[in-house]
Design a protein around this ligand. Structure first.
Ligand code: NAD
Length: 349
């Protein structure tokens, strides 16, 4: 296997691994390792060029630095991408070669699933390296969606307290865009708290289920962002807050599970200016990485995980408070707080 280190300013280590026999062409990027080894999933995608793969792994690994720091787990930011079509080009040999690549970094990077990669792939990776997580064993780890839903539910509660001055969700209206694994579990928690739901999904079966189970009203995906509700909860794909949708928003709170909810970074300040409280996505949806972190540390238990997920609420409250005091947007405050955690980690080292 050929390992070629790529010098990238601001990154701890970036390595491209190529293995002719298995066809592996992967880039592993560790952005910051102050708090611990870089930790983040491996994505398999048919990138058009190696440059596009490099850009993506840089963006994703940097994002993990912030996510892990505010997730309260002792890991830095890392990510891997494999340049291949996951449906037609992924093979066990390729995953084994990727495992050897991870192993060669000697613990600087821990891998897990991301899009195009499932638990079976990670089982194969594990045959070559111990620096891997996201594999359910006995009662440890496993499907993160219910955990993520719980974190988002705690985040919604914190946002409601901060923006609407209420301790209860009873009677509040919430629009959930995307009732998939996380959105449906979130709907259940919100329904239990007495929230009135509006749901949208391209999958009609999911919509029907939410209507039947929770008495939700349904709208089309395009209309969801404009629904007359208190809270908009994006739980489908990223980018639902953008220059076209922001002025349609009637909700006073944006709090959901999707990654990259803001299509462009300027939407952070734009929401703030309009008096909409945004729960930064990487803070509110961190339960999955918290679970993976506990798994790596050998500290995973349902009780410990629940305790750590419930801390997402107070963490968001601290962000909201600093935002209110300083008049700055919540996304900017979250980044600042993550950098403080890392700076404190540097001092302690
Ligand atoms: P999922 O695939 O189970 O659910 C997504 C749902 O969104 C599906 O029901 C799908 O039909 C729907 N959808 C897709 N495109 C849509 C569109 N254009 N309009 C309306 N609905 C659409 O995924 P999930 O695991 O529930 O994750 C949801 C989001 O949360 C994703 O953005 C994911 O990256 C993010 N996230 C998930 C987790 C987790 O633990 N699963 C953790 C962190 C972040």
């Amino acid at each position: 296997m050929k390992a070629e280190e790529i010098a990238v300013e601001g990154w701890r280590k970036v390595v491209r691994f190529r293995d002719g026999e298995s066809g592996l062409d992967a880039i592993v990027a560790v952005h910051d390792a102050t708090l611990g080894p870089g930790c983040g999933g491996c994505r398999i995608r048919a990138y058009e060029t190696p440059e596009a793969a490099l850009d993506d792994v840089k963006r994703l690994s940097r994002g993990m630095t912030f996510k892990n720091a505010l997730g309260g787990i002792p890991f830095g930011g890392g990510k891997a991408v494999i340049i291949a079509d996951p449906k037609t080009q992924k093979t066990p040999e390729m995953m084994r070669a990727f495992g050897r690549a991870v192993e060669s970094l000697d613990g600087l990077y821990y891998t897990a699933e991301d899009s195009g990669v499932d638990e079976r792939d990670m089982e194969i990776v594990r045959s070559e390296t111990k620096f891997v997580a996201g594999i359910r064993e006995k009662d440890v780890g496993g499907n993160p969606s219910p955990f993520t839903a719980r974190g988002v539910w705690r985040g919604v509660q914190a946002a409601v307290r901060a923006r609407l001055g209420r301790d209860s969700l009873d009677g509040l209206r919430v629009a959930i865009l995307g009732v998939g694994a996380v959105g449906m579990a979130l709907a259940e928690l919100l329904h239990r708290d007495g929230a009135k739901l509006v749901v949208a999904d391209i999958n009609e079966t999911s919509v029907r289920q939410a209507v039947e189970r929770f008495g939700a009203a349904s709208v089309s995906p395009d209309a969801c962002v404009a629904a007359d509700v208190d809270i908009f909860s994006p739980c489908a794909l990223g980018g639902s807050i953008n220059t076209e949708t922001i002025d349609l928003l009637k909700a006073k709170i944006v709090a959901g599970a999707a990654n990259n909810q803001l299509l462009t970074p300027d939407m952070d300040a734009a929401l703030h200016q309009r008096g909409v409280l945004y729960a930064p996505d990487y803070v509110i949806n961190a339960a999955g990485v918290i679970s993976v972190g506990l798994e790596i540390l050998g500290e995973w238990s349902q009780d410990e995980l629940t305790r750590r997920i419930d801390a997402i609420g107070p963490r968001l409250s601290a962000i909201f408070e600093r935002s209110a005091k300083s008049g700055r947007a919540t996304g900017e405050i979250a980044d600042e707080m993550a950098l403080e955690v890392i700076a404190n980690g540097k001092k302690a080292a």
